[in-house]
Design a protein around this ligand. Structure first.
Ligand SMILES: Cc1cc2nc3c(=O)[nH]c(=O)nc-3n(C[C@H](O)[C@H](O)[C@H](O)COP(=O)(O)OP(=O)(O)OC[C@H]3O[C@@H](n4cnc5c(N)ncnc54)[C@H](O)[C@@H]3O)c2cc1C
Length: 428
């Protein structure tokens, strides 16, 4: 679906200073044009402008108003596909390279935050909570596997330790990833925009690109407001919001919606004081993952529930609260202050869809819920491809991301049937 701008009732919007960028009007030329002002597009814009390259970034709505300004802010380790499965899909060598890439992505994120002094409430540590005892073995196998790669930031928590950390006894145990964490995603994306703009990248809002085509002198883009821009190289970074721009992307990448709420500030009176004493983030082992953490003003920020239609539920507060109460039944009387949704993009295999679509046209999308760390980095890799080093993009393009059943036209019904089945299994 098309992005219509920042959600109305988002705690992130209520707690960030959001600058305005102009809309593109008239006819323009630029060296590199980027469609999409989220982490991917801005990651590319920062890298290109750092090298003094003439870069113009266009967003349909406001910069950061897509998934990058709406998400759970959770910092995950690794690629979305775990490394053991990755070894079965590619070679052991390539799986290792992809793991190293994901760790480099994390380091690169922290480097961006430090270099550009982005104040985004960064905290370290993420607990993975097992909603069924069987997930203990999966997690232990994963930890043993990544230890081979030298990753030693995982430790295990008993049922009572998890209960103590999370303030709920509904889980059977879990693991703590000291390499994970959380941050304020909108402050992050706005900080990336400020950095790119400060280095000379030209950023435009309310500049929806309706089509692009190859012409003799490069690539010609047409905008909804009648403006045009030609460029030599194009990066398509619209992720879940770019329906209709490229048939190839649409058939491999599917938008789905996910929802978040925040409560009123927690304290002794409403029974919330003392949950998450170490300020870790948490996510559980469900197929439709519940994820949560505390905000600096002591609210519970809880993400839970998704849908697979072009519409959001009418009452997002009630939709997410239902899932929150399964984890924190003691919060039945706690007021919900904010609730909002966002659209992310998934692929059939959950591997990202990254490739050159045509000469001088590249895309990266479909992070399948793991873009806080990966998307800015994949933007940087797109920028490297633009400047002549396409090795990483080449490796990523080998990841299998088969087209959705039914292609562009019929993928929705097939997806709804498939994902609803797995979501149902969470409830059994
Ligand atoms: C509710 C929710 C919770 C999530 N939680 C997490 C989490 O905790 N951890 C995690 O790692 N990931 C999470 N994700 C996923 C993560 O947010 C995304 O992977 C990441 O933000 C993708 O960044 P992006 O720049 O590729 O896309 P976006 O941030 O969606 O940016 C794409 C931009 O492109 C613009 N655009 C699209 N089409 C056009 C066009 N034709 N012309 C001009 N502009 C266009 C849109 O307006 C949009 O601003 C979550 C996502 C959601 C929605």
């Amino acid at each position: 679906m098309k992005n219509t701008g920042h959600p109305e009732n988002s705690w992130y919007v209520a707690t960030a200073d959001i600058p305005a960028y102009p809309a593109l009007t008239g006819a323009h030329h630029t060296d590199v044009c980027i469609i999409g002002g989220g982490y991917t597009g801005l990651g590319a814009a920062i890298e290109l402008s750092r090298q003094g390259i003439d870069v113009t970034l266009l967003d349909s709505a406001q910069i950061g108003s897509g998934a990058s300004g709406r998400n759970g802010g959770q910092i995950h380790t690794g690629q979305r596909i775990d490394p053991e499965k990755m070894e079965s899909l590619l070679s052991a060598d390539q799986a290792r390279q992809l793991w190293d890439m994901s760790e480099d992505a994390k380091a690169s994120l922290y480097d961006l935050i430090n270099t550009h002094a982005i104040d985004c409430d960064l905290k370290h540590g993420l607990i993975h909570a097992w909603h069924r005892p069987a997930f203990a073995q999966d997690d232990r196998d994963y930890a043993a596997f990544v230890r081979k790669y030298g990753y030693d930031k995982l430790s295990f928590l008993s049922k009572s330790e998890v209960a103590q950390e999370l303030g709920t006894d509904v889980y059977h145990g879990g693991s703590l990833d000291r390499g994970g964490g959380h941050l304020h995603p909108l402050k992050l994306v706005l900080g990336l925009a400020r950095a790119a703009s400060g280095q000379g990248a030209k950023l435009f809002e309310n500049s929806h690109v309706t089509s692009y085509r190859k012409i003799a002198k490069g690539i010609h883009l047409h905008l909804e407001n009648g403006a045009t821009i030609t460029c030599q190289r194009l990066l398509i970074c619209g992720n879940g919001y770019m329906e209709g721009l490229s048939e190839e992307i649409d058939s491999h990448v599917m938008p789905i919606n996910n929802f978040i709420l925040t409560t009123e500030p927690l304290d002794d009176a409403n029974g919330g004081f003392g949950i998450l004493p170490h300020d870790y983030a948490a996510a559980d082992s469900r197929f439709v993952v519940n994820y949560w953490r505390k905000t600096p003003d002591n609210r519970l920020l809880f993400g839970g529930g998704e849908n697979y239609t072009p519409w959001f539920p009418k009452d997002i507060k009630a939709f997410v609260r239902n899932n929150m109460l399964k984890v924190y039944p003691q919060f039945a009387d706690v007021k919900i202050s904010h609730a909002w949704g966002g659209t992310l993009a998934i692929t059939m295999s959950r591997a990202p869809f990254v490739r050159s679509l045509a000469p001088n046209v590249w895309t990266a999308a479909g992070y399948s819920g793991q873009g806080v760390v990966l998307a800015p980095y994949f933007g940087k890799l797109l920028a490297r491809a633009v400047t002549g080093d396409a090795r990483d993009i080449e490796l990523l393009s080998h990841l299998p991301t088969p087209a959705f059943f039914g292609g562009r036209a019929l993928r929705w019904p097939a997806l709804v049937a498939g994902l609803s089945y797995y979501a149902l299994r969470d409830r059994l």
